[in-house]
Design a protein around this ligand. Structure first.
Ligand code: ADP
Ligand code: MG
Ligand code: ZN
Length: 549
C-alpha cells in the first residue's frame, strides 16, 4: 500500500516537473517582468528562477535546490510583491533575515521581521498589516521558534488565512527540517503543522543541500509529498579545482603560499581559509613578514575592525584575507580569483560553499586545498559530537586522498548530480595532468598498525595519530616501536595516506578524550577489524607512485 502511495507521489512530481513552467503565458507574466525591472532592478532571470516563481504563483508547493549565491530569495520575494496578501518567511538565523531585510528596504519593498527584540512599531505594523487589506506589508520574516511561541501572531495569521490574505510560506534553509541534514534544527519540526492548519496556502522550501534522502524527508515533514522539486546544477564550470600536498615544514608551506600570491595570483584577489582564530592571525603575520598585503578576519574581532578589513580587501589594498569560515556571509565580490584552503574543510558542503565564493563573475578562478593528514585531527575534535560530523569530514578527506578521479565528478557525486569528464574541460588537477599511481594491497600495513596499537594498549597507553605513524616509521618513543613491524619503504606521506584511507573505510577509528583545555584524538581499531584480520582479505588502495616521483 505504501509502495502504491509512493508511486502515485512520484508520478505526481513527475507530471508537475514536465509541465512547462518556463513560459511567459501566465496571468501575471507581464507584471512579473515589470516588477523584476522596476522594483528589483534586475534585467535577466537566472536558471530556474522563472520556473520557481510561476509554480509558486500558481499555488504549487515547491522545493528549490540551488547552490548558495544562485538567487533563491528572489523566487519568493518577487511573488510576494506581486501577491495580494502577506508572505511569511521562516529562516533559521536573524543575521540571514537582516541581510534580506536590508536589501528589501533599499528596494522599498515593505518587509518586517518579528522576533523577541523587534521594535514595538514593527510588531504593531505586522499585527495590523496581516489583517488589513489596505496594508502595504508584503513579507514577514520570523524564526520558527518565535512563530509558534507568539499566540498573538498565530491568531493574526489564522485571521489573515480566513481573509485570504495569506499568500504563502517561504521556508529558507529548509534542510534544517531533516535530521539527516548537516544543520538540523529541532524548532523546524514545528513546521509540520503548517499544511494542516493552512490548507491551500502554498509552501516554498529553499536549500543548497541536495541529497534526495534529505529532500524526501523534508517533504514528509512538511506534508508536501510529491510536490514540485526544482534542482539547479551545482557545477561551476569556471572554477579550477586542485589539491596540493601541504609541506610539513612551516617555512616551506609559507613559501608555497607566497609563491602562489606573487606569481599565478599576482594582482588578483582571494581568500585563504584557516581553521582557528589563532591560525588565521599567525598566518596573516607570517605572510606579512614576507611582504604580502593580507588582512585577517574572524569572529572575535570588533565589528568595526572587520568592516575595515573587508573594505581594504574590496578596494584591492589587501590582496587576500586570511579568514576563518566566519568570513563568508554576505560577501559580494565578483572577482575573487582564488580560494586557498590552508586546511581541509569540515564537509564537502562547506568546501563547496567556501570555494564557491570564487569567480562569481564567471571568469576562471582557482580553488586550491593544501592538504596533509595531520590537519584532519585538528578538525575532528570540533565536529565529532555532531551526528554526521565525522562522516562528513571523512568525505572531505576522501576528496583530498583521491589520486585519479576528476575533482568535479567527486563534488558532483556529493550533490547527487553526475557530471562527466566533458563537464570539467580540464578544469581540475587530475583532468589536466594524470598522476602516476600505484594500486596497493594495504592489508599487511593495516595489520602492522594494529600490532603497534595492541602493544600500546597492553602498556595501558593510547596513541595519537602522530605517535602511531612515528612508531610505524621506527621514530619517536622506543617503547611504542615493534621489531616485528618492518619500517615502510615508502615515504611518510604515503604512510599517512594509508592511515587516512583506513579511517575513511572504517578499519581504523578516532577516539576522543576530553582534557581540561582540549579534546585529544587517539587512533583505535575500527569496526572492520575482524574483516581486516580474516584470511586473504584485501584492502586495495590507489596511492601516489612514490617510486617514479
Ligand atoms: P541564495 O539564497 O541562493 O544563496 P541570494 O538569494 O542571496 O542567493 O542571491 C545572491 C545574490 O544574487 C544577491 O545579491 C541577489 O540580489 C543576486 N541575484 C539574484 N537573482 C539575480 C538575477 N536574476 N540577476 C542578478 N542578480 C541576481
Ligand atoms: Mg539564501
Ligand atoms: Zn576534472
Amino acid at each position: 500500500k505504501q509502495k502504491l502511495k509512493d508511486d502515485a507521489l512520484l508520478k505526481k512530481s513527475f507530471n508537475l516537473a514536465k509541465k512547462s513552467w518556463n513560459t511567459e503565458n501566465f496571468l501575471w507574466s507581464k507584471k512579473l517582468k515589470d516588477t523584476l525591472k522596476n522594483v528589483f532592478k534586475i534585467n535577466d532571470l537566472r536558471p530556474l528562477q522563472l520556473e520557481t516563481m510561476n509554480a509558486f504563483l500558481s499555488g504549487e508547493d515547491v522545493i528549490l535546490v540551488m547552490p548558495t549565491g544562485g538567487g533563491k530569495s528572489l523566487c519568493f520575494q518577487l511573488p510576494a510583491v506581486l501577491s495580494q496578501g502577506v508572505t511569511i518567511v521562516i529562516s533559521p538565523l536573524i543575521a540571514l533575515m537582516e541581510d534580506q531585510l536590508y536589501s528589501l528596504q533599499k528596494l522599498k519593498v515593505c518587509a518586517k521581521m518579528l522576533n523577541a527584540k523587534a521594535p514595538k512599531e514593527d510588531v504593531k505594523m505586522i499585527m495590523t498589516g496581516l489583517v488589513d487589506n489596505k496594508s502595504p506589508l508584503k513579507l514577514v520574516y520570523v524564526t520558527p521558534e518565535y512563530m509558534f511561541k507568539s499566540n498573538r501572531f498565530m491568531s493574526k495569521i489564522q485571521k489573515a488565512f480566513e481573509m485570504k490574505r495569506l499568500a504563502g510560506f517561504a521556508i529558507d534553509e529548509v534542510h534544517c527540517c531533516s535530521s539527516w541534514g548537516h544543520d538540523f534544527r529541532p524548532d523546524y519540526q514545528k513546521l509540520i503543522s503548517l499544511k494542516g492548519m493552512f490548507p491551500g496556502v502554498p509552501i516554498i522550501g529553499l536549500t543548497a543541500t541536495a541529497p534526495a534522502k534529505i529532500i524526501v524527508d523534508v517533504q514528509k515533514m512538511l506534508s508536501i509529498q510529491g510536490c514540485l522539486v526544482l534542482r539547479a546544477s551545482f557545477n561551476r564550470p569556471n572554477l579550477y579545482y586542485e589539491v596540493r600536498r601541504k609541506p610539513n615544514n612551516k617555512e616551506a608551506c609559507l613559501d608555497m603560499i607566497s609563491n602562489l600570491l606573487t606569481t599565478r595570483f599576482e594582482g588578483k584577489s582571494g581568500i585563504i581559509y584557516t581553521t582557528t582564530i589563532k591560525e588565521s592571525e599567525q598566518l596573516r603575520t607570517d605572510l606579512r613578514a614576507r611582504g604580502l598585503k593580507v588582512g585577517c578576519y574572524h569572529a572575535m574581532l570588533e565589528a568595526e575592525y572587520r568592516t575595515k578589513v573587508y573594505n581594504k580587501w574590496m578596494s584591492g589594498e589587501y590582496q587576500a584575507v586570511v579568514a576563518t569560515i566566519a568570513f563568508g556571509l554576505g560577501i559580494d565580490k565578483p572577482d575573487v580569483r582564488f580560494i586557498i584552503h590552508h586546511c581541509l574543510s569540515k564537509s564537502m558542503e562547506n568546501f563547496y560553499q567556501e570555494s564557491g565564493r570564487a569567480g562569481r563573475d564567471g571568469q576562471q578562478s582557482y580553488c586550491i586545498v593544501l592538504y596533509r593528514l595531520m590537519d584532519l585531527f585538528k578538525l575532528s575534535p570540533m565536529v565529532f559530537q555532531d551526528q554526521v560530523g565525522l562522516p562528513n569530514l571523512y568525505k572531505c578527506l576522501a576528496y583530498c586522498l583521491d589520486q585519479s578521479s576528476c575533482r568535479r565528478s567527486l563534488i558532483a557525486g556529493h550533490f547527487e548530480e553526475s557530471w562527466s569528464k566533458d563537464d570539467c574541460k580540464s578544469m581540475c588537477d587530475h583532468c589536466r595532468k594524470k598522476r602516476k599511481v600505484k594500486l596497493v594491497n594495504a592489508a599487511a600495513y593495516c595489520k602492522h598498525l594494529y600490532q603497534i596499537l595492541a602493544k600500546a594498549k597492553q602498556a595501558d597507553q593510547k596513541l595519537t595519530p602522530l605517535k602511531l605513524v612515528d612508531a610505524w616509521y621506527n621514530k619517536g618513543a622506543t617503547s611504542h616501536r615493534l621489531d616485528s613491524v618492518p619500517t615502510p619503504k615508502f615515504p611518510r606521506e604515503v604512510g599517512e595516506a594509508i592511515l587516512g584511507h583506513l579511517l575513511v573505510k572504517g578499519y581504523m577509528k578516532e577516539n576522543f578524550q576530553f582534557s581540561a583545555y582540549t579534546t585529544n584524538t587517539y587512533i583505535e581499531r575500527g569496526n572492520k577489524y575482524a574483516l581486516a584480520m580474516s584470511d586473504g582479505h584485501e584492502i586495495m588502495l590507489e596511492l601516489q607512485d612514490w617510486e617514479s616521483s
